[in-house]
Design a protein around this ligand. Sequence first.
Ligand code: ADP
Length: 361
Amino acid sequence: MASISIRKLFKQFGNTPVIRGIDIEIRDGEFVALVGPSGCGKSTLLRTIAGLENADAGDILLGERRINDTAPRDRDVAMVFQNYALYPHMTVAQNLGFGLSIQGLPRDQIARRVQAAAETLGLQELLARRPRQLSGGQRQRVAMGRAIVRQPQAFLFDEPLSNLDAKLRVQMRTEIKALHQRLGTTTVYVTHDQVEAMTMADRIVVLKDGRVEQIGAPLELYDQPRNAFVAGFIGSPAMNIIAGRLQLDGAPHVLTDDGLRLPLHRAPRAAHGDRVLYGTRPEHFTIDGGGNGDADAALPADVIVVEPTGSETQVALKLGTQTVIAAFRERIDARPGERLPLWPVAAKAHLFDAAGGHRLD
Ligand code: ADP
């Protein structure tokens, strides 16, 4: 196992910059997820670590060793692909052992490693089958087994669960996390699914347009997003972001263009009248003002859609010209067309400057 350091990394395809100066320090044994919208450069970054793409500038270190110029097979990292990339004509056992036989490992050692990986992943009964005789989840497990037998310094996963159905995806993400806890191998995991990243990773790197927007533990990103982009990207349903002007005469609040007052629990470091973005998560609305709500402070919200999920009720509401999503743990009896009094919890509000989207504290 080893740490991975990515320093001032740049990469372009033709004239199009794709990685635009990335710095990430991944600790030995850490599970780091790379997330961001499609096209932000996640896969390219992972493939550059694997050596499948060459960096134009910057350094990639595995432990103390700079690996920019090392051939992919000599980098001592193992990649797991979205499409599994199994050899269709080989059995599971042969698929697992193939990489090791190419390396010239003695047969008995290959057999031992294949056996150990099969046990780790529950593949013992499937060793004689071919890939087409396996379910999607089993194929994914074989693809992981092929990485495990190599006993690499790091695992690189490229959207490994996107081809599985929703239920299997949730099951496999638990399996991969448990596997990481058992093996403790440094892992870099690319996904466009922020829930996957939140649930699996020790730390998340949010990328946009080839740059790092924020690096942090899942709940750090959730509670303290550094900018409006991260605020909107992390969390599902997404944070509600409402534009307005900061008001600091009297109790601090944001006044929307519709004339609604959004409460703040303290004055941020910005000037009266500044254009700002007020962020509030769906679970940070109440319909009773927390028990002691000042009725005058309630926002008039018109119910559009009610979505009971069982564990909570999500409600889409019209607030002035904005649509917001609120999520309530309790079961609320609201109907489309009805007007609800809505209180955003002031202490949970996030504030960003409208021009740059930077967090205002
Ligand atoms: P992500 O994984 O975040 O969806 P990618 O790293 O796959 O993004 O791609 C980032 C950008 O680089 C995209 O605009 C994509 O079209 C472009 N790109 C990726 N691979 C190549 C390539 N081999 N040649 C040219 N452009 C590429």
